[in-house]
Design a protein around this ligand. Structure first.
Ligand code: SF4
Length: 244
C-alpha cells in the first residue's frame, strides 16, 4: 500500500473526511499513519474522551503534552492519573527550550506582558519540535467551542502535517455522557466550574457559561494559543486560514 507521504494530501483528506470518531481514529492509527501519528493533549477538562478512544485502539500511540511550566498542579496530577488509567505507554511531556526562556522570559512573567510571544515560546515552538518524525496529529477540538472552531472538518492538512479532529462534531452532552458511560475521571478543576483548562495564569472559570473558552485569556482579544494558526487545506476547500 502507498505510504501517506506518497499520496497527495487532497486524496487522503477525501478518503477520511466522512469517517466518524472511532472509525476515523482506527483508520488513521492503523491504516494511514502507523507509527507516524501522535495525539496532542492538554490533559484538560475533556481530554479523557479522545485519550480513552485512542487507548482502546493502541495505548502505545505517542501522546504529546506541552508542559509549559505554567500548568495548574491539578493538571499535572490528572495527566498522571489518566496515564495510569489508560495504560498510555508513550507520553512525552515537552518543555520550552531553556535558552529561549533565559533570553526572553527569565523571571517567568512574559505572560503578563505578551501572551502571544509567551505561547510561542512555551507551546508553538516546542510542539513544532515534537512533531518532527510524525505525519499526523490528533486533536480534541470541537465545533461547539466557539466561532473560530465552528468551521472545523474532521481532517485537515497544514502543509506539513495532517490534523485529525475525531470528536469535532460531538456536543457537550455527548462528551458528558461518555464520561459517565465509561466512568472516566474528571479534571479536578471542573468541580470549580472550569470548562476549558490551559495554563494557570491565563485560565479562569468561563465568564459566559455558554462560551466554553471564555475563561481563557479572559479580558484580552486572544482566544487561541497559536498551535493551530498555520493555514490549512480541507477536502472541501483549498488553502485558507482558520476562521477566514
Ligand atoms: Fe504563557 Fe499563558 Fe500562553 Fe501559557 S497560556 S504559554 S502562560 S501566555
Amino acid at each position: 500500500m502507498a505510504q501517506p507521504s506518497d499520496v497527495a494530501p487532497e486524496i487522503l483528506l477525501k478518503r477520511y473526511q466522512d469517517l466518524p470518531d472511532r472509525k476515523l481514529l482506527r483508520a488513521v492509527i492503523k491504516e494511514a499513519f502507523p507509527g507516524r501519528i501522535a495525539v496532542v493533549s492538554s490533559f484538560g477538562a475533556e481530554s479523557a474522551v479522545v485519550l480513552g478512544l485512542v487507548a482502546q485502539i493502541d495505548p502505545s500511540v505517542p501522546v504529546i503534552f506541552l508542559d509549559t511550566g505554567k500548568h495548574f498542579p491539578e493538571t499535572l496530577d490528572y495527566r498522571d492519573q489518566l496515564i495510569e488509567r489508560f495504560g498510555l505507554s508513550d507520553v512525552r511531556s515537552v518543555k520550552p527550550a531553556l535558552m529561549d526562556l533565559a533570553r526572553e522570559d527569565p523571571d517567568g512573567t512574559l505572560w503578563e506582558r505578551n501572551t502571544v510571544r509567551c505561547c510561542e515560546l512555551r507551546k508553538v515552538a516546542p510542539l513544532s519540535r515534537a512533531l518532527k518524525g510524525v505525519d499526523a496529529w490528533v486533536t480534541g477540538r470541537k465545533r461547539f467551542h466557539g466561532a473560530l472552531r465552528s468551521y472545523l472538518p474532521r481532517i485537515e492538512h497544514d502543509g506539513t502535517h495532517f490534523k485529525i479532529n475525531p470528536i469535532v462534531d460531538w456536543s457537550a452532552e455527548q462528551i458528558d455522557r461518555t464520561f459517565d458511560d465509561l466512568n472516566l475521571p474528571r479534571h479536578p478543576l471542573t468541580e470549580d466550574g472550569f470548562l476549558s483548562i490551559g495554563c494557570a495564569p491565563c485560565t479562569q472559570a468561563p465568564l459566559d457559561g455558554d462560551a466554553v473558552r471564555s475563561g481563557r485569556w479572559a479580558g484580552s482579544v486572544k482566544t487561541e494559543c497559536g498551535i493551530h494558526d498555520r493555514p490549512v487545506t480541507t477536502a472541501a476547500s483549498g488553502p485558507r486560514r482558520p476562521g477566514a
